[in-house]
Design a protein around this ligand. Structure first.
Ligand code: ZN
Length: 454
């Protein structure tokens, strides 16, 4: 094999001259034992591949940045000095090569998702299950009409469960009920909802995101509801963007921390989260609080910046990318770096909330484009890839299924989900049956490295 060819195939690794078969087999066995010992130490998060014949090995794509285009400049793509190796290379041992790796995760929870309603609900529920979201999923309340009471939350949970059981009779999915808290929500409604099993109240700022026309402008007006929430143990999720026009879009999240400071001072025992945070300011604010404050982080905010939305990144090809657009919008590279740092550091008050927010194509690709990224299918493959590249796979289960469960007061899931290192192409769009349209997923048309096993 010519040196150039060897480098291409081995991605820069030195290719050793062939050795005798018995010696190779012995070395492979030794390596297998060492790996097994290493991964026993990690728990069973990573299952090692078994050797198999080269003929059965799936063809490996040799794209330099397998996925996604938007991530070509991702800061974590540059290996840090001393950082753990990004990939465990497939080793060639004579005629033997290794199978794709598999990773078994504790079944992940999703602390922020939109199931929508009507035919969209029918369409979305199976996608959640098929994409590995098979345990707790927080069903956000901004449907039409919104979920404002415990009774409606119970109805919504049952509607989701009915669709889930139709898709998989053995499903263990557990939609977590929410109610929206508005300026007119009485304390009694909060207490009643709590008594019916609602665990979360959600506060939207006025006219900042989908169906937020009933959102809050004057936060003093929700104090009766917050007081009741503090008393009865309802945890409150805040969409953290300041509703005032005086604070410009990309500063709205940082500006919102002043509102939260006031709420924290008034209701020190209220447990609250800042949802889908996007900025270093939010990361720093949450870190500076005590155990009663958490934050959810989406996958798209870990990967994209405002340049990917506005068409300034090379990956965007100079075109605005409405399907990357959401509220809060992704911010600057330094903000994305702060999100990556805190999530990869294993901080126990930061957990996954996807803000999976599907919109029909005609609502996205329009003057007046709806906000939201439909990341349900791409999320787990992307997160496994990110944590793997950073050598932090042992922190992925905590981020996905432990920190949030502990914060919200649930037992850890006993179920698991397996991903296999097998490239697949995310569909360019998915037909939304019965709606005469389709939905464009995150990473549409891109090749992802990991696939969720059915
Ligand atoms: Zn949301």
């Amino acid at each position: 094999m010519a040196a150039g060819e060897a480098r291409r195939r081995g991605r820069g690794r030195r290719v050793r001259p062939a050795r005798a078969g018995a010696e190779l087999a012995r070395r492979a066995r030794d390596r297998g034992r060492r790996r097994a010992a290493r991964h026993r130490a990690l728990g069973d998060a990573v299952r090692r591949p078994r050797a198999r014949s080269r003929a059965r090995r799936p063809r490996r794509r040799l794209r330099r940045h397998p996925f996604p285009r938007a991530l070509a400049a991702h800061p974590h793509r540059q290996a840090r000095p001393g950082a753990p190796r990004r990939h465990t290379p497939r080793r060639k041992t004579g005629r033997l090569t290794t199978e794709p790796r598999t990773i078994r995760l504790r079944a992940p929870d999703n602390w922020h998702a939109h199931f929508r309603d009507g035919p969209m609900l029918d369409f979305l529920v199976p996608v959640f299950l098929d994409s590995g979201w098979r345990r707790r999923i927080v069903a956000e309340p901004n449907i039409t009409p919104p979920v404002l009471t415990g009774d409606r939350a119970v109805w919504y949970r049952d509607a989701i469960l009915e669709r889930a059981r139709a898709h998989d009779p053995a499903t263990t999915v557990d939609p977590v009920m929410t109610i929206q808290i508005t300026e007119t929500t009485p304390g009694a409604t909060v207490r009643d909802a709590r008594s019916k099993g609602v665990g979360i109240g959600k506060v939207y700022p006025f006219m900042v995101t989908t169906h937020s026309g009933n959102g809050v402008q004057d936060y003093d007006k929700i104090y009766p509801a917050l007081e009741a929430a503090q008393d009865c143990g309802l945890i409150v999720q805040f969409h953290g963007e300041h509703p005032s026009d005086d604070i410009e879009g990309l500063n709205k999240e940082a500006g919102f921390t002043a509102i939260l400071d006031r709420i924290r001072a008034r209701f020190p025992k209220l447990k609250l989260t800042m949802e889908h945070i996007t900025s270093r300011a939010a990361v720093d604010w949450v870190k500076a609080q005590g155990d009663g404050v958490g934050a959810s982080v989406t996958v798209h905010h870990l990967f994209t910046t405002v340049d990917d939305v506005l068409g300034y990144s090379k990956a965007s090809g100079g075109l605005m990318r409405v399907h990357h657009g959401c509220k809060p919008q992704p911010k600057w590279r330094d903000d994305r770096a702060a999100l990556n740092e805190v999530v990869l550091s294993g901080h126990p008050r930061f957990f996954y909330g996807g803000d999976d927010a599907a919109h029909l194509r005609r609502r996205k690709e329009a003057e007046g484009s709806a906000c939201g990224v439909w990341n349900t299918m791409a999320a787990l493959p992307l997160l496994v890839d990110l944590f793997d590249r950073e050598g932090q796979l042992d922190r992925l289960d905590p981020f996905l299924s432990e920190h949030g469960a502990r914060f919200y007061g649930y037992d850890l899931n006993a179920e698991s989900v397996t991903l296999v290192e097998e490239p697949w192409v995310v569909p360019a769009e998915v037909e939304a049956t019965g709606m005469g349209d389709s939905v464009v997923p995150m990473c549409a048309g891109e090749t992802l490295k990991w696939r969720v096993r059915a």
